[in-house]
Structures are given as structure tokens and as C-alpha cells.
Design a protein around this ligand. Structure first.
Ligand code: ZN
Length: 413
């Protein structure tokens, strides 16, 4: 355990109606107790004599922009003008250390209070801001990368990718292993820059994150910028950036060839339905993801996503796919917003194993929900699906503050 605060946390027992998601998309509901010690879940047992409160694992968000937390949901428009006119100016201010510290601390406090205990963060294009955030939050399950931007962006945001990656390589090991190689999206990085990203990720064993096929204008632009590539995914593939430790956000407009290649390479797609709704990007074709066997997770993509709460992501996930006649369940939504794909975590440090599950050995991340409608649904129906539908079915504006208590590494936040 590299988190001494967690190792020193006192043993604690939480009791209630447990919701325990699995990687296959199912959720088991039963009454019982969860025992926490040393920052991990050390035992779970059945018991009918427990309070009427719902307990679920800490949620996990594998695609969220922390320098956009304070402007989440504030702007609208299509992707490219939204970036140029609203988001990039907001992120440019994070070159200032005090600004980055202030907003970084506020972001993490809001994130944890909303029930998200673990996150792969997308930072502003300044390595100092990422280093500051990682130093202030020294937990193994909060990772961040500066958005790499070397072309097609404002002058005050661009740095040669090789320079940033050299600086990442020079960081102390404990910090470097929590840095995510984060080319912002293909238009912001040259083909050589992408090759260098893949080399650093491979040699240092780092996660990779980027964006893909969110918007049709963006896809057309990538085609003009990289005429040698077969399609958008091929831009990353040719650089050697695909694999089970790579997360690409959106994938709304991927072709069958690209979906097959995602599946074959093990690349994980972060499905961000609330963001896609906000920027009118379209609906990610979940049914084709299922056909091809592509691994995917649910993410907020704050600040296009208007709420920091993964409960809202589950709500919108149900709404958009059900409106299109696609069968989805709230259980699947919870599983994709919590349980982290095993291949993604493989070979990373053992602290992260079991992340997002309510199982013995997992990090002691637990969210308590003391909401009358949710508890009534759990009591009356007895099914996890009904409980979860009630959980995300309350007033949207209340979802960020719905958790009554959140435990990270065994300590209440
Ligand atoms: Zn994003």
C-alpha cells in the first residue's frame, strides 16, 4: 500500500443493502455488512439485521477533464467550435499555479463527494499542473496526464510533445507511474509526436488516453490531416498506441473495421452519453459494440458532460439507448461505471486490483445512499435493477450530492 493514510485508517464496518456489480454487467443485491481495514475490504457477510441504507462500490470515471470541472455544462455548441471558443481559453488559465491549485482541489472534493472514488483524469496542457494535482492527491487510483498539444491550437497552449514526454520521463518513479500519456486528439499531435507517445507509454508502462470519432466534422478533419491513414483509429494504430491499457473517449462514429480493430487490440472505449447529448455528437452505437465485442466503460467527460456524477451518466445511458430501442439495464450501467476491465489493470500496481467492485480484497471504496425512493425500491422489489432505476431516477440536479457518505481507502471523505 503506497497510501500511508489508508494503511493507518481504523477498521470500520458498514451495513445495509449491498449492490455488488460484476464485470459481466450483473449486480447482486443482498443485505449484509462490509468490513474495511487497512484501506481494503477484508470481509463481507450476509445479515438481515442491517439499517435501510444502500451501499455500492466507489464509482470509477476513466474519462474526465479536471480543468473543466468549474465550467462543466456551461457552454454548448458542436465539438470543434466548443473547444476553440470556450474550453481551450478556460484551460489556458491553468498555466498559473495558484489557479490550477485552487480548481484542482475543488474538483477533487466535488468528484469524491459525488461518489466517484477513482479516476483517470485529463489535465490542462501543462505538466506542472498535473504534477501539482498528483502530489496533492497521492492515491494510486487517481491518475492524470497533461493534454499533449503541439499543433492546431493557440500558441499559449502548444509545446512539442517530445519535450513534455522527456520531462515526464525525468519525474520521480512514484509520480511518473501515475502520469497518463494523453495526446489530446489526433489533430493536436503530429504523426511523429504520436509515435513518441507510444514509445514512452511502452517503455514506462503508462496508460494512454485520447479521444476518437466524437463528431463528424472532427472525423473529416482527421482524414485531411492524416491522408495516409485508413481511418481515424488507424492514425493511433500506426503509431502503436492501441492496446488494453489505452482508453479512447467517445467512438460515436467508428466504422465496422475500426470496431473490429478495437476489439482485436483490446482497446477500451469510454462511452460518454451525457457529453454526447450536450454537444449533439450523436448516439454511440452500443448494439454494434456488442456485435464486435468491444470493451467499453461509462464516463462523464466533464466539462462537456454537465454533471460530475457517474449516477447521471447511468441515467443518460439508459435514456439515450432506450429511446433508440436498444435493450440496456441499470445493472449494466452500474457495472460499466464501476468495475474496471481486468486487462486494463493487468500489470499495474497491485493496489488497484479489484477497483470498482464490492468484493473482498478490493480497495475500501464504498458509497452510501440514504434516499427514501431508492431504499423503498430495494425493499419492495428486491431486485438490483429496480433499486438502481430508483437511484438514478430522482431529480437530476440532486444526483451530484445524493451520496450520504463516501469512503475512500477505508476513510470517510
Ligand atoms: Zn474528453
Amino acid at each position: 500500500m503506497n497510501d500511508t493514510r489508508a494503511a493507518n485508517s481504523a477498521p470500520e464496518t458498514l451495513a445495509g443493502i449491498l449492490l455488488r456489480p460484476s464485470a459481466d454487467g450483473s449486480v447482486v443485491q443482498h443485505r449484509g455488512r462490509v468490513h474495511l481495514a487497512g484501506g481494503r475490504i477484508v470481509a463481507i457477510d450476509d445479515s438481515d439485521d442491517v439499517p435501510d441504507i444502500v451501499l455500492l462500490p466507489g464509482l470509477v470515471d476513466l474519462h474526465i477533464h479536471w480543468p473543466q470541472g468549474h465550467v462543466r455544462g456551461a457552454f454548448s455548441g458542436q465539438l470543434l467550435p466548443w473547444l476553440r471558443e470556450s474550453i481551450w481559453p478556460a484551460e489556458a488559465a491553468f498555466v498559473d499555479a495558484d489557479h490550477a491549485k485552487h480548481h484542482g482541489e475543488a474538483f477533487l472534493a466535488q468528484l469524491f463527494a459525488s461518489g466517484t472514488c477513482s479516476a483517470l483524469l485529463f489535465g490542462p496542457p501543462f505538466l506542472d499542473a498535473t504534477v501539482g494535482l498528483l502530489a496533492r492527491c497521492p492515491d494510486a487510483d487517481v491518475l492524470d496526464g497533461p493534454a499533449l498539444m503541439e499543433v492546431n491550437a493557440p500558441d499559449d497552449m502548444v509545446t512539442p510533445v517530445a519535450d513534455v514526454l522527456d520531462a515526464i520521463d525525468a519525474l520521480p518513479e512514484a509520480l511518473r507511474r501515475r502520469v497518463v500519456v494523453s495526446p489530446r486528439f489526433a489533430p493536436n499531435v503530429t504523426a511523429n509526436g504520436l509515435l513518441r507517445c507510444a514509445r514512452t507509454a511502452r517503455e514506462s508502462g503508462l496508460f494512454v488516453q485520447s479521444h476518437i470519432s466524437e463528431n463528424r466534422d472532427e472525423v473529416a478533419w482527421v482524414g485531411q490531416l492524416f491522408p495516409e491513414a485508413r481511418d481515424y483509429l488507424d492514425v493511433y494504430d500506426r503509431a502503436g498506441l492501441l492496446g488494453p491499457r489505452t482508453i479512447l473517449a467517445h467512438g460515436v462514429h467508428l466504422t465496422d473495421r475500426e470496431l473490429a480493430r478495437c476489439a482485436a487490440s483490446g482497446t477500451v472505449i469510454a462511452h460518454c452519453p451525457s457529453s454526447n447529448e450536450a454537444l449533439s455528437s450523436g448516439r454511440m452505437p452500443l448494439e454494434r459494440y456488442r456485435e464486435h465485442g468491444v470493451d467499453w466503460v461509462l464516463a462523464t467527460d466533464v466539462g462537456a458532460g454537465p454533471l460530475i456524477s457517474q449516477l447521471d451518466t447511468i441515467r443518460v445511458f439508459l435514456a439515450v439507448h432506450e429511446a433508440a430501442g436498444i435493450g440496456v439495464s441499470a445493472c449494466e450501467g452500474l457495472a460499466r461505471a464501476s468495475v474496471v476491465p481486468g486487462a486494463f489493470l493487468a500489470s499495474t500496481n497491485a493496489d488497484l486490483l479489484g477497483l470498482g467492485s464490492l468484493e473482498v480484497g478490493a480497495p475500501a471504496h464504498v458509497v452510501a445512499i440514504d434516499d427514501a425512493a431508492t431504499v423503498n425500491a430495494a425493499q419492495n422489489s428486491g431486485t438490483a435493477e429496480a433499486t438502481l432505476r430508483a437511484l438514478v431516477g430522482g431529480p437530476v440536479e440532486g444526483l451530484e450530492s445524493l451520496p450520504a457518505a463516501v469512503y475512500r481507502w477505508g476513510r470517510r471523505v
